[in-house]
Design a protein around this ligand. Sequence first.
Ligand SMILES: [Zn+2]
Ligand SMILES: [Zn+2]
Length: 269
Amino acid sequence: MGGMGGMGGMGGMGGMGGRSQARNRPTQGDDERYDLEIDFLEAVFGVEKELDTMRLENCDKCSGSGVKAGTKPTTCGTCGGQGQVVATVRTPLGNFQQVTGCQACGGTGQSSTPCPSCGGDGRVRRSKKIQLRVPPGVDKGSRLRVRGEGNAGRRGGPPGDLYVFINVRDDPELKRFDNVNISSTVTVPYTKAILGSTVKVRTVDGPVDLKIPAGVQPQATLLMAKRGVPRLGNDSARGDHYVTVKVTIPSKLSDEERAMIEKLDEKQK
Ligand SMILES: [Zn+2]
Ligand SMILES: [Zn+2]
């Protein structure tokens, strides 16, 4: 032992001892991320999606052990099966015995022929289709957890989870705010703004009649109650749809129109 040198020598020895393996204890698999982009209305009412995921699964050639099928692990020649080695460290205060994990066998005390299919990891990368029910009310940045559908654990450890990050494509007319509310604009001619009217407004439920009250002011906001987005986790509660009224004023008038407006204008005085 005395001639083995210090810490620096340890690394070299590990390298010479052969392939360095990670420890053999079961560890939980890593979580996996999947980015899913859905349409505006799919986010509002929920949707069923098939995800093409890639993740580590247990290698079936070696049943997840990482050891080549038909071979048996043997006692590690470097540590004699102890899983640790003792080195003498020289310091100005004297020599110290230092116990460290055996790098040749990764502290397992055994050396084995790695499975050629998975390179000894016990897991291989594979694709899997997963059916995902996206609930109503998700929004940009929502994160859905699919338990146990992440990467397989090592040596029989539990799998990680799959996290689905939601992105939502914009709608050209409808905007979402405060998670559950919708806003849009409707344009009415000035005559209809003065006299009142009923217009069709596109909502998440399709076209819905909206009563424009007589004398509505430009930029007024009208409320369509319960025409918003279902609350995530409680679909029976829905937000509202706010409609901002835009009033168009003609920039050109026919002679007849001009005469009528002038008549109205005189009455204002
Ligand atoms: Zn060893
Ligand atoms: Zn394998």
